[in-house]
Design a protein around this ligand. Sequence first.
Ligand SMILES: CC(C)(COP(=O)(O)OP(=O)(O)OC[C@H]1O[C@@H](n2cnc3c(N)ncnc32)[C@H](O)[C@@H]1OP(=O)(O)O)[C@@H](O)C(=O)NCCC(=O)NCCS
Length: 326
Amino acid sequence: MRRYARIIGTGSYLPPRRLTNNDLAAELAQRGIETSDEWIVERTGIRARHFAAPDVTSSDLALQACRQAIEAAGVSAQDIDLIIVATSTPDMVFPSTAAILQHKLGIANGCPAFDVQAVCSGFVYALSVADAMIQTGAAKRALVVGAEVFSRILDFNDRTTCVLFGDGAGAVVLEASEAPGILAAELHADGSHVGILCVPGHVSGGNVLGDPLLKMDGQAVFKLAVGVLDKAARATLDKAGLTEADIDWLIPHQANIRIMQSTARKLKLSMDKVVVTVDQHGNTSAASIPLALDHGVRSGQVKPGQTVLLEGVGGGFTWGAVLFKM
Ligand SMILES: CC(C)(COP(=O)(O)OP(=O)(O)OC[C@H]1O[C@@H](n2cnc3c(N)ncnc32)[C@H](O)[C@@H]1OP(=O)(O)O)[C@@H](O)C(=O)NCCC(=O)NCCS
């Protein structure tokens, strides 16, 4: 009998400071940077995002999301035997945000905890790794988290990027099960595109060398994203022996409503089958998919037994998809 990994609880957290496009435009105007609600909504679908306070870290956001997910799963934190955090904005260079989170959750059972770095595909990567570990019997009950304080790496003098991103965290509890959970996954990377979306700086000899702020060629990212997401979706469905007609919900990475609409169109899915949170959250990188999933579950859209396709795409270039029964 196949051993599946099933999602048994979801949770999410957004820091309280919410900025509408007009709020952000007013702040940017003080720096002499011009933008507008109209431009941002038309090009991206984003209307608001949340920014964490300066002393709040990714593990702080993750902690709140995980507490919710653990409560929703009806398990005890001590029963978690694997923690994977997807983040590009870790608390420290090391140790991992996952190890810090383990301690904050009070989990003292010695379970493995590590970070996955695949930028906006991070949650899909982390979920796929946890699924593999559950299938092999290496873990029984995993906490898989996406958490970001992307506001820390934004260049607020660059209007082409700083209006796009936000902070937040989302989490799921995965449990080994005989009943179908995760059906198939696909992960990919193409490092030849490192330069189109990156934070090129690094720490060396006590200094930051290179630019520690986000750089993006928006149009190149847009074109690549649309192509790879469609291929990854089809390959994942093929692996599970399903077609696009079997999808109840598509939960794509929430980067830009136009990329999401294009992906849905290619899969012949109406936007009624797509969970959309980009308007309220902006692009929260690795946190965007679990935030949207938790929103879908808590709003009653995503129901037990339904078939859900998650899709991630981001810096690296990385992309992937995970198909599961809720
Ligand atoms: C970033 C993105 C929204 C830009 O939209 P676009 O239609 O490609 O816009 P362009 O970059 O061609 O810029 C068009 C104009 O808007 C201006 N502009 C850029 N940002 C602006 C802003 N925030 N406010 C107002 N004007 C802006 C540009 O300066 C340019 O002006 P110009 O024509 O006078 O030179 C779009 O490329 C995109 O969404 N890319 C994908 C990004 C993404 O999803 N990244 C994360 C993936 S994980």
